[in-house]
Design a protein around this ligand. Structure first.
Ligand SMILES: [Zn+2]
Length: 341
C-alpha cells in the first residue's frame, strides 16, 4: 500500500522527465494530477484504508502530490522556453535572401505629356499661368462671348455648386480672362494648363474630368499666320519634325476665325488606320484669333491689339502616342495601367 504510493511517485517523476513538449506535458498532467489522474485517485482511496493507516498515508500522498505539482510547474517552464527558442530559430531572418522591392511610384502619363507640352511652349517663350478650377458663370461663359441662352452652352453640360453661379470650369479658357486682366495692356504669352470638368456620360472617349492646355498670345500685329506658324512648330516638336499639319475651319464662340488642328497620323503616317478612322489625320487642338469681344472683356483695345488662343488635351495626345483606347484608365487609379509608363 505505501509501496504502491512510492512506485506511483517514481513512475510519475520518470514520465514527467520524458515529457519534452506541451502536448506530452498535457497528457502527463491528466494521467497523474487530473480529475481522474492516478495521484488524485490514490488520494481519494484514503477512505478505504484501515483507520490506523489513514493519517500517515494521507500525509504522504499529499506530499507526493505537492512535489509532483511543483516538478510539473518547473518542467512546463522549461518546455515553454525550449519551444520559444525553437520558434525563433525557425523564423529567423536570413539576411542573405533578396529583399522585398518597395513599390516604386512614377509620373502619371497625363502629367508626363503635360510636362512635355509645357517644355515645348516654354522654349517658345510661353509662361505657365495657373488659374482656378472653381469659376463663376460669368468668367467661364459670359466674358468669353458665351452669354446666357447662347446655343454654344449646349456644347457642354456643367457641374454647378450649391452656390448659384459658381461652377466647376468646363474648359481652361476662363483663364484667358484672368491672364488678360492681370497683364493688360502688356503683351501676353502664356499657357494655362489644368483640370476641367463636364457633367457627361463617361465612355471610352469621354471623362467627367480631364486636363487641358490653353494657350494665349496677345500683342500688336499678331496675325493668323503667327498662329499657324506657332502651332505648326509645336506639332512638329511634339510629333516629329516631318509631320504634316493641317488647319480646318471650325467654330468657337471666343475666337474668330476658329480652326481645328490635325497632324498626320503618328501610327500609320497618313495612310489611314483604325486610330485615325482611315483619314490619315489626327485632331490635336482647337485654335483661333481671340474674338474682339473677349479682348475687350480682358481689358485690351481690339483696334490696337490682337491675339491667338489654342487648346489641347494632354490625355488625348497621350492616348494617340501610346495607343491607349480608353480615356477612363487615366483616373481609375489602377496601378497596373500606371506602371506601364
Ligand atoms: Zn492612322
Amino acid at each position: 500500500m505505501f509501496e504502491d504510493l512510492e512506485r506511483l511517485y517514481q513512475a510519475a517523476s520518470a514520465a514527467l522527465a520524458e515529457s519534452k513538449d506541451s502536448a506530452a506535458l498535457e497528457a502527463w498532467e491528466s494521467a497523474y494530477l487530473g480529475r481522474k489522474g492516478a495521484v488524485t485517485l490514490a488520494l481519494r482511496a484514503v477512505g478505504n484504508l484501515p483507520k490506523a493507516d489513514r493519517a500517515a498515508y494521507g500525509k504522504r500522498a499529499n506530499e507526493i502530490r505537492d512535489a509532483l505539482e511543483q516538478a510539473y510547474a518547473q518542467q512546463a517552464e522549461l518546455v515553454r522556453a525550449h519551444e520559444l527558442a525553437r520558434q525563433l530559430e525557425s523564423g529567423a531572418i536570413d539576411v542573405t535572401l533578396p529583399g522585398l522591392r518597395p513599390l516604386q511610384g512614377g509620373i502619371h502619363p497625363a502629367t508626363r505629356t503635360l510636362r512635355e507640352i509645357a517644355e515645348i511652349w516654354r522654349e517658345m517663350g510661353f509662361q505657365i499661368f495657373r488659374t482656378r478650377e472653381v469659376e463663376d458663370d460669368q468668367t467661364n461663359f459670359e466674358l468669353l462671348n458665351i452669354p446666357e441662352h447662347h446655343p454654344a452652352r449646349d456644347m457642354w453640360d456643367t457641374f454647378h455648386t450649391t452656390r448659384p453661379g459658381v461652377i466647376l470650369r468646363t474648359h481652361t479658357s476662363p483663364g484667358q480672362i484672368h491672364a488678360m486682366r492681370r497683364y493688360a495692356p502688356k503683351p501676353i504669352r502664356v499657357i494655362l494648363p489644368g483640370m476641367c470638368f463636364r457633367y457627361e456620360q463617361i465612355s471610352a472617349r469621354k471623362e467627367i474630368q480631364f486636363n487641358q492646355v490653353e494657350g494665349l498670345a496677345i500683342g500688336e500685329n499678331i496675325r493668323l499666320s503667327d498662329l499657324k506658324g506657332t502651332i505648326t512648330a509645336f506639332a512638329r516638336r511634339m510629333f516629329g519634325a516631318d509631320r504634316r499639319v493641317r488647319f480646318r475651319g471650325s467654330y468657337f464662340p471666343f475666337t474668330e476665325p476658329s480652326m481645328e488642328v490635325d497632324v498626320e497620323c503618328i501610327l500609320c503616317g497618313g495612310k489611314g488606320c483604325s486610330v485615325c478612322s482611315g483619314t490619315g489625320w489626327l485632331e490635336i487642338a482647337g485654335c483661333g484669333m481671340v474674338h474682339p469681344t473677349v479682348l475687350r472683356n480682358g481689358g485690351y483695345d481690339p483696334s490696337r491689339f490682337s491675339g491667338f488662343a489654342f487648346g489641347m488635351g494632354p490625355e488625348r495626345i497621350t492616348m494617340l502616342k501610346y495607343g491607349i483606347t480608353d480615356i477612363r484608365y487615366f483616373w481609375a487609379n489602377d496601378v497596373r495601367f500606371l506602371n506601364q509608363f
